[in-house]
Write a new protein. Structure first.
Lengths: 303, 202
């Protein structure tokens, strides 16, 4: 059986099932959409935290991650040669706005990094060019964070995503990822002068917000009494995505960092902060994987 | 003019004629169904009822697929309100598939003839040659036929005349009368898309 035969059989099975799982943004080239959203969310958070804490490591990693995230988005689309067309519908389409956000971010961040790392080239970070580039990069980062949440909310065919909380959830995850990237820099000796305790408090606040929003999302899915949304939640809590949820999101992304920060295993050190940061980032990936893959299409029935 | 369809669930016998005629007309590849028939079993023994629900693109007045499309590939024809795809503009991001509350958009990922290794039949070659890969395919109410004064293939070929095609803007059209007189209803009205495919109760 060829892979095309297999995909055809799978599609027919999906069409026969009442709660058809979305595979468009989760499997095959669609997996790169998950990777792309994970990377640009992390990048935007790292950039904003890097600017706030004046941390070159977070700024550089944010720029690099955004570039990789952009490439992942390109792999996700089937006709990358037409990608520039995606700039045309920014008035209505969040995908188009996300494209603009990435363009703003990459231009602004690149110029700002040049002024930061090679001030002899076009002047230091106090110049008008640097300030304008920073403003552009911030605008791009904010658009990127917003785009990810709103693009799901606009998906009326997937009831689990069709929630007003989704954008806020993605914002909280970007903040969590940003704090984690600065922590990671601290672990590698970057960011001297940054108060690790303040950073950890910020990470904990963003994590607590993300956890509350997750609980509200799940409660909202049940409260909506939408069968497809409830089925998605069941996929996450007790179905095909339970491993990603319990092992990835909860154990690695939440419990492990919490235990390490509490100092139960070892006193706070560079190694511990690095582990907290990496665990947090890994947990964020599993969160995006689980929530995107859990999407199921709205079933069609006679009312 | 806003073209749309009324489907009489009392008349539909679930013969799949609409599905087959659509495939023949549009030469859609395996896995792409512009017209589908869903079976729905209701009630409990001994009063079980089998209902057929033919579905297709609802050509919404407020189509979310058009709103989310980043390139303008998804668009609405101004003269008749048909929701269509400009395949030359589509980047294959699949956002519209997820935005459609009716799951009526299909992604044509790769060329795949019906008979596998035997290659495409002359019929498939003739009918499907205009389909691009890596783009979205969807029902456009057989717009070429309609522009020539005909009706969509699924309407023409329905043996029980369960499908009625017409102008929703004309209060005297058959579709407008049927919806009014027989209590026509759309699917998923709560999504606010103002669909133009209505169903008459079984």
């Amino acid at each position: 059986m060829t892979h095309l035969d297999h995909r055809y059989d799978q599609l027919i099975d999906d069409l026969k099932s009442e709660y058809r799982p979305q595979r468009e943004w989760a499997e095959g080239r669609g997996f790169f959409l998950i990777v792309g959203h994970f990377l640009v969310g992390l990048a935007a958070g790292a950039w904003l935290f890097g600017l706030g804490f004046e941390d070159s490591f977070a700024l550089l990693s944010g720029w690099l991650l955004a570039g990789l995230g952009g490439l992942a988005h390109l792999v996700n689309i089937a006709r990358p040669e037409r990608a520039l067309r995606m700039m045309t519908r920014f008035r209505t389409s969040w995908v188009s706005r996300g494209f603009w956000g990435l363009v703003f971010f990459m231009i602004g961040a690149t110029v700002y990094l040049v002024t930061l790392l090679a001030p002899a080239a076009i002047g230091g970070t106090d110049t008008i060019i640097a300030q304008a580039a920073m403003a552009l990069s911030i605008a791009g980062a904010v658009i990127l964070i917003g785009y990810m949440g709103f693009v799901y909310t606009a998906s009326k065919g997937i009831p689990f995503w069709d929630s007003n909380l989704h954008p806020v959830l993605y914002m909280s995850y970007a903040a969590r990822g940003g704090a984690a990237m600065v922590l990671l820099g601290l672990a590698f000796g970057a960011g001297t002068g940054i108060d690790a305790e303040i950073l950890l408090e910020l990470w904990l606040t963003a994590t607590a917000l993300a956890a509350i929003l997750w609980i509200l999302e799940i409660q909202g899915a049940y409260a909506s009494r939408d069968d497809a949304a409830i089925r998605s939640v069941r996929d996450i809590l007790s179905g095909r995505l339970a491993f990603a949820f319990y092992a990835g999101m909860l154990l690695i992304g939440l419990l492990l960092p919490a235990v390490l920060i509490a100092g139960i295993v070892a006193p706070l050190s560079s190694a511990v902060m690095g582990t907290v940061a990496l665990a947090s980032v890994a947990g964020d990936f599993f969160m995006k994987y689980a929530s995107i893959k859990a999407g199921r299409y709205l079933p069609l029935r006679i009312p | 003019m806003r073209l749309g369809m009324v489907i009489d669930l009392k008349r539909c016998i679930g013969c799949y004629g609409c599905q087959l005629s659509c495939k023949a007309e549009n030469g859609t590849p395996p896995g792409v169904f512009f017209a589908r028939v869903l079976k729905q079993v209701s009630g409990k023994y001994p009063t079980v009822q089998n209902t057929f629900l033919p579905v297709l693109c609802n050509h919404c007045d407020d189509p979310p697929c058009v709103e989310v499309c980043p390139t303008g590939a998804a668009f609405v024809w101004e003269e008749d309100g048909i929701v269509d795809v400009d395949h030359d503009k589509c980047v294959g991001c699949r956002t519209c598939m997820l935005a459609c509350p009716y799951s009526q958009r299909f992604f044509n990922d790769e060329t795949r003839p019906y008979f596998g290794e035997g290659g495409a039949t002359p019929f498939e070659t003739a009918r499907a040659s205009h389909h691009q890969t890596g783009v979205i395919l969807k029902c456009n109410l057989c717009r070429d036929r309609v522009r020539d004064g005909g009706k969509p293939a699924c309407v023409e070929n329905c043996p029980t005349v369960a499908r009625i095609f017409g102008d929703f803007d004309d209060p005297n059209s058959e579709v407008s009368h049927l919806i009014k007189e027989r209590g026509g209803f759309p699917l998923r009205p709560e999504k606010g898309t103002k669909p133009r495919v209505y169903y008459l109760p079984a």
